[in-house]
Design a protein. Structure first.
Length: 103
């Protein structure tokens, strides 16, 4: 879906398996599928390079338990997306709002 949108190039999308999370430390944005990553969500946040790195969590409505919602809500630059149509919008918004000269 991301590549089909024409906005993102395939070479700029990197799939990181949960066993290789350390590779994510250099990335600019995290897109997380809740169903496959829910047991590792804290690890995913720990591997963010900093709090400015956006994390977008894709989950079906009602799938994230209340205790996890509270924790996620208290983390900076984090979005929960329930609809595929909003995913591209939230990705672009996150990239724009967190882009800055890192030097």
């Amino acid at each position: 879906m991301l590549i089909d949108s024409g906005i993102f190039k395939e070479k700029n999308i990197i799939k990181i398996d949960l066993i290789d999370l350390a590779k994510a430390k250099k990335l600019d944005i995290f897109l997380v599928d809740w169903n496959s990553s829910k047991d590792h969500i804290n690890q995913i946040f720990d591997f963010r390079p900093n709090n400015q790195t956006p994390v977008i969590i894709f989950a079906s409505p009602g799938k994230i338990p209340e205790e996890n919602l509270s924790d996620i809500a208290n983390r900076s630059n984090t979005v929960i997306v329930n609809f595929r149509g909003r995913l591209i919008n939230d990705l672009l918004t996150s990239l724009v709002t967190t882009s800055y000269d890192k030097s």
